[in-house]
Design a protein around this ligand. Structure first.
Ligand code: ME8
Length: 512
């Protein structure tokens, strides 16, 4: 089975911040989870490099647009490397393969009579790269996202007959039994899209005459393709459209387009309409997570309150940064984050709960069994309880992109073992019953291994480290792939009696 997941391609007028990181880490967690479940995954991210916004940003820095794009796109690549993102491809809209795909799609739609020329006057927000109807502006006549006044623009452009797709879109978004059903998540966002769709659709501008920094229309080189159309097409360029048919057939349709609510309309209305017009497969799920604010404020460069991926990693380390970014607020609604909130969650979930479990288990083994896994039968009850806890909730929540809930069930499983340790009181057993102590420690280790395999998608390096510390045999991903397929514990457990353990050091030093 295949799984094709995408993030938005990010504008290169700004450096990567925690907002971009949030979506990209979430997509990475999904990609890793699906790989562990034996899916053939294609995980795409990249940069959106054309349009007025980028041209203006380049001009302000006295650079050529391509120069700015090269520089900034590299910053995104570096940020994803730092965050251990496992993308299979990184697309840039200034690449040759993308020009070919865009020209192909636009020409196909033109040949089908879905593109026509008309004079248009409208309010354009450069921040959003879109026209706004008066009714969609806020009470001050400003863009609801950028709080700036859009510019009145008048041009003769090519338009796409979006209005002719209203019924087809409504059917595909509302009828779960439709063979091309598009599942827009979460439900409240779907309802918003459906409500807006029912009000009627206007044809949309497909080209710009005044913007040179873009891909020329194949049938009228005096105009460039509207940046949003250009950008959306990246999702099929990357999987081989139009030249690599086997690859395209293998990965399309897209399984999940992930983004925040700011760009949901483009993905759930304009993009499927373009695909329908070109008779290409429609995405299966379009998932919009919330927008977050920092200490109650919109993050912005001018307010100087933007958190960078580098700062996150400096404060918490890569793996904890990944975990905290996606679990601090529920995945879906809007939420507010703060450094205090991140640190509190770090201390609670990682230093106190997970870190404590690993360190006390290892210390007990060091003290009583010279850091060797003792010979013992397994306390299956503890292992089964941990498995039950995770099986009931973890996979379901992961598959439904409820990452914060999946992390909660992981924390519950860790707590379960910590509580069991309190109940067993191994420090007393050390004096009274060494056999029972061996059983306890052996069982804690197996439980930790199961937890590590579930933790892997969130914290790949730490999970691997835990796997080594507990003396588990084989490579964690190979073992997890087997375990997630057949759900069976190996006969001798994951950490086998006699194996050497490693002193963990402090995995998560407490932050004060
Ligand atoms: O819109 N909270 O690019 P973009 C949560 N190029 N997510 C956030 C966020 C925040 N405060 N800020 C940014 C574009 N994001 C287009 C996309 S796709 C064909 C073209 C994340 O650089 C979130 O995923 O403005 C949001 O949708 C995206 O960054 C917008 O990135």
């Amino acid at each position: 089975m295949k799984f094709y997941i995408t993030t938005p391609i990010y504008y290169v007028n700004d450096i990567p911040h925690i907002g971009h990181s949030y979506t990209t880490i979430a997509a990475d967690i999904m990609a890793r989870w699906k790989r562990l479940n034996n899916f053939d995954v294609y995980f795409l991210t990249g940069t959106d490099e054309h349009g007025a916004k980028i041209a203006e940003a380049a001009k302000a820095k006295d650079k050529k647009p391509q120069e700015l794009c090269d520089e900034m796109s590299t910053k995104f690549r570096e940020a994803w490397k730092l965050l251990n993102i496992s993308n299979d491809d990184f697309i840039r809209t200034t690449e040759q393969r993308h020009f070919i795909a865009v020209e192909n799609i636009v020409q196909t739609l033109f040949d089908k009579g879905l593109i026509f020329k008309k004079k248009y006057e409208g309010m354009y927000c450069i921040g959003c790269e879109r026209f706004f109807a008066k009714k969609d502006l806020d009470e001050n006549g400003c863009c609801p996202f950028h709080k700036t006044k859009p510019i009145l623009q008048s041009e003769e452009n090519y338009f796409f007959k979006l209005s002719s797709f209203q019924d087809a879109l409504l059917e595909r978004i509302t009828d779960v039994n439709h063979k091309e059903y598009i599942d827009i998540q979460p439900e409240e966002r779907r309802n918003e899209i459906v409500g807006k769709l029912k009000l009627g659709l206007e044809d949309v501008s497909f080209s710009r005459s005044a913007i040179e920094w873009g891909i020329p229309l194949p049938f009228d080189k005096s105009q460039t393709v509207y940046v949003w159309v250009d950008a959306l097409i990246n999702y099929i360029t990357a999987v081989g459209y139009p030249s690599d048919e086997p690859k395209f057939k293998k990965y399309c349709p897209t399984d999940v387009h992930l983004m925040a609510k700011d760009i949901l309309w483009f993905h759930s209305v304009i993009w499927p309409a373009i695909l329908m017009g070109a008779q290409l497969p429609l995405p299966k799920t379009i998932y919009s997570h919330g927008f977050f604010t920092l200490n109650g404020n919109k993050m912005s460069k001018s307010l100087g309150n933007v958190i960078s991926p580098q700062e996150l990693v400096e404060n918490y380390g890569v793996d904890a940064a990944r975990y905290l970014a996606v679990t601090l607020i529920p995945f879906g609604p809007d939420g507010d984050i703060s450094w205090q909130g991140l640190t509190l969650k770090y201390n609670t979930d990682l230093a106190n709960n997970l870190g404590n479990l690993i360190s006390r288990t290892l210390k007990m083994t060091e003290k009583n069994f010279n850091l060797k896994i003792p010979q013992a039968v397994l306390n299956l009850e503890l292992v089964k309880n941990v498995e039950k806890n995770l099986k009931e909730t973890f996979a379901y929540n992961m598959d439904n992109l409820q990452l914060h809930k999946a992390a909660e069930s992981l924390q519950d499983a860790i707590t379960l073992v910590n509580v069991q340790i309190e109940t067993d009181a191994p420090w007393k057993l050390a004096k009274t019953d060494k056999n029972k102590l061996a059983i306890c420690i052996y069982s804690y280790l197996q439980a930790i291994d199961i937890i590590a395999m579930h933790l892997f998608s969130f914290m790949p390096s730490i999970a691997e480290k835990i796997w080594q510390i507990t003396g588990a045999s084989g490579n964690i991903t190979d073992v997890a792939k087997k375990y997630f397929t057949n759900g069976m514990l190996p006969k001798d457990g994951f950490s086998v009696s006699g194996a050497d353990l490693q002193i963990p050091g402090i995995l998560f030093p407490r932050i004060f």
